[in-house]
Ligand binder design. Sequence first.
Ligand SMILES: O=P(O)(O)OC[C@H]1O[C@H](O)[C@H](O)[C@@H](O)[C@@H]1O
Length: 334
Amino acid sequence: MASSASVLGHGNMAFSASSFFLRQNSTIEVAKYQKTCYGYRKNRFVGTTVAIVNQERNCLGIQFTEGEGKLPKVLLKSNSGSEAEVYLFGGCVTSWKVANDKDLLFVRPDAVFNGKKPISGGIPHCFPQFGPGSMQQHGFARNMTWSVAKSENVEGNPVLTLELKDDPYSRSMWNFAFLASYKVALNSKSLSTELVITNTDSKPFSFNSALHTYFRGFISAVSVKGLKGCKTLNKDPDPSNPIEKTEEREVITFPGFVDCIYLDAPEELHLNNGLGDIISIRNQNWTDAVLWNPYTQMESCYRDFVCVENAKIGQVTLESGQSWTAKQDINLNE
Ligand SMILES: O=P(O)(O)OC[C@H]1O[C@H](O)[C@H](O)[C@@H](O)[C@@H]1O
């Protein structure tokens, strides 16, 4: 039986570290959350304590808290003991642990949590551009603050839905009205996401996108299976002029710099992270994949991660009112 609580926030750059908009009885209030020994207490904008509204949410395995750099962070915990962390800045999942407490995602040591630069690690969004292209590399969704649209608990598993809308910052780069909805569901052995992009403008727009997932790994033992036969666009040596080929290997390893797009990738890949885990990476409608390891360009950390990205490299065009949906499911195999 699902229970839910709806919380709406704003997605602009001036987001304050602990404030959300809370929809109640169809009015939108500005609320502040304050940690108490019972949970999270909502203060009205003017400062009066109104009610403890997050007490129940904490019990549901969804806890609103502050992360690094005092950025708003949501902790997800399932009844089976798996955990995840999501920063509203960038709508970025930064941690995914199954019950053994080992984090299967990776955040780079040079990641900054200043609410300006994208968080380099976890699962950053690339939207509305994968890049390179006319705007900043990977677009703006990873350096805007997403709002919380819904938090639910479905049979012991937390489900968090974030939203991002256009604002003057996004419009300065891409002058369209849009709504991005991102549902993150944590289960005992898996983390699933669903991204829905809706054209809320009166004119069509086009975009491409990716989930730039950083997996923890021991790079000299990392391998990826499932891409044999795909057409490749190798961005090494020149990202603006990728070299077209076909992947011949059954098992892809990472002996040096890798930055390669795989077109029409299958719906399931297998990552051996070299640390004893096989992770299946399933998708619906993320039609392409990207493998990236910076090798000695990032001397301090390249040995410790690999990016296996579900992507949509070809342009998606949406007419006014149309939506596009893509799902990712990362699952730790038994
Ligand atoms: O450092 P970032 O902007 O996060 O991008 C890191 C990398 O992401 C992707 O995998 C691209 O294919 C690379 O060309 C890029 O260098």
